[in-house]
Design a protein around this ligand. Structure first.
Ligand code: NAD
Length: 357
């Protein structure tokens, strides 16, 4: 299979590409604009493969999308390109509207026109897989408010109720994808996944930020009381799930993906501090660096996924528990401190752009 993957230089996209190149015979065309979040060094282990190609393209640029589709003739599209950081969406929503909504619309139109010229047998097998988030469902009651709340999980039929500009833009893109199937018969698949963590995560998100700040003796910022609950999934488990869906998922279906790992943010930070104390012991406790900061506006209280559909229908289940995945992640950041520093201080971006500023 020849797969066009958008956003392949990002955190999850690069894990998907590493998985496909290492564990299948499929061909990958990575289409990415290379925003601040895109990093081709995350693909260094597979970029020499003759089954891998990179195209630097903005998904909002229709003529470029047409050129790439006509040149490579992919059998499927996996669409991961997005602006993905909630805090950035609160500070500046415009990029999120542009990439996540207008960009998805532009890609849907390019795919629709590309399919028109395809012969019926290939067309019947084509898939447009839209990768989305559980944040489109809003949030669930927190155990501190309702004792029986832990029984409530997001299912594929949960109503959409996004809270942030990020989640609203992703919800919009999900609606566009469903409409393109219903109106134009585009064979789509949608997946909504919980919070990911693991190697090559841009160090603005909670887990890499805490690991790196702790190593540098900087404050470990915790929003509010730190009691927000997220359902954590190791990124390589997500990559396997996405590949399973593009291969075996039924067109028109939505699959929720989650790790069965509900944790309060403060528990996550404590766990990281304890693992660091074991792997990089220091005299004062890393936990002493924890600093409470003002809560994020509209902050969702709890996310939790019911992933039984993908398990029952496609046989996928996560292989990592939170305890095994977080240990691998901390170890990876210790072993790849150089990658993080180059991303954080802008060296990587400057070298890529060929500037010295
Ligand atoms: P990321 O921010 O790490 O990567 C996004 C990638 O998209 C980057 O490589 C960036 O350069 C590229 N990109 C951005 N705008 C583009 C544009 N206009 N044209 C082409 N490329 C562009 O994001 P991620 O964490 O890897 O998330 C990937 C997808 O998975 C997103 O759609 C996100 O909504 C979804 N998702 C993420 C999580 C999570 O926990 N990170 C959970 C569920 C779903």
């Amino acid at each position: 299979m020849k797969l066009l993957i958008t956003g392949g230089a990002g955190f999850i996209g690069s894990a998907v590409i590493r998985h496909i190149i290492n564990d299948s015979d499929d061909v990958v065309i990575n289409l990415d604009k290379l925003t601040y979040a895109g990093n081709l060094e995350s693909l260094a282990s597979v970029s020499q493969s003759n089954r891998y190609t990179f195209e630097q393209v903005d998904i909002c640029h229709r003529a470029e999308l047409d050129r790439v589709l006509n040149r490579y003739q992919p059998d499927a599209i996996m669409h991961l390109a997005a602006e993905s950081h909630v805090d950035r969406s609160i500070d500046g929503p415009a990029e999120f509207i542009q990439t996540n909504i207008v960009g998805t619309y532009t890609l849907l139109e390019a795919a629709r026109h590309y399919l028109r010229a395809m012969e019926p047998k290939r067309k019947a097998q084509f898939r447009f897989h839209h990768i989305s988030t559980d944040e489109v469902y809003g949030d669930l009651p927190h155990p501190s408010e309702a004792a029986d709340s832990t029984a409530q999980l997001f299912t594929e039929s949960s109503a959409y109720a996004p809270s942030s500009p990020y989640s609203a833009s992703k919800a919009s893109s999900d609606h566009l994808v469903r409409a393109w199937q219903r109106t134009y018969d585009l064979p789509v698949l949608i997946t909504n996944c919980s919070n990911n963590y693991g190697p090559y995560h841009f160090p603005e998100k909670l887990i890499p930020l805490v690991i790196l700040n702790a190593l540098e003796g900087k404050p470990l910022p915790i929003y509010g009381k730190g009691d927000q609950i997220r359902d954590w999934l190791f990124v390589e488990d997500h990559a396997r799930a996405l590949y399973r869906v593009i291969r075996e998922g039924n067109p028109g279906e939505t699959y929720n993906i989650g790790g069965h790992n509900e944790k309060q943010n403060i528990e996550v930070v404590h766990t990281i501090c304890e693992i660091l104390q074991e792997l990089r012991p220091q005299a004062s406790s890393y936990k002493a660096l924890i600093t409470n900061v003002a809560d994020r506006p509209g902050h969702d209280r709890r996310y939790a996924i019911d992933a039984s559909k993908i398990h029952l229908e496609l046989g996928w289940a996560p292989t990592e528990t939170f305890e095994t995945g977080i240990r691998k992640t901390v170890q990876w950041y210790l072993d790849n401190y150089h990658w993080c520093q180059r991303v954080q201080d802008g060296t990587y971006q400057r070298e890529r752009l060929g500037t010295n500023q």
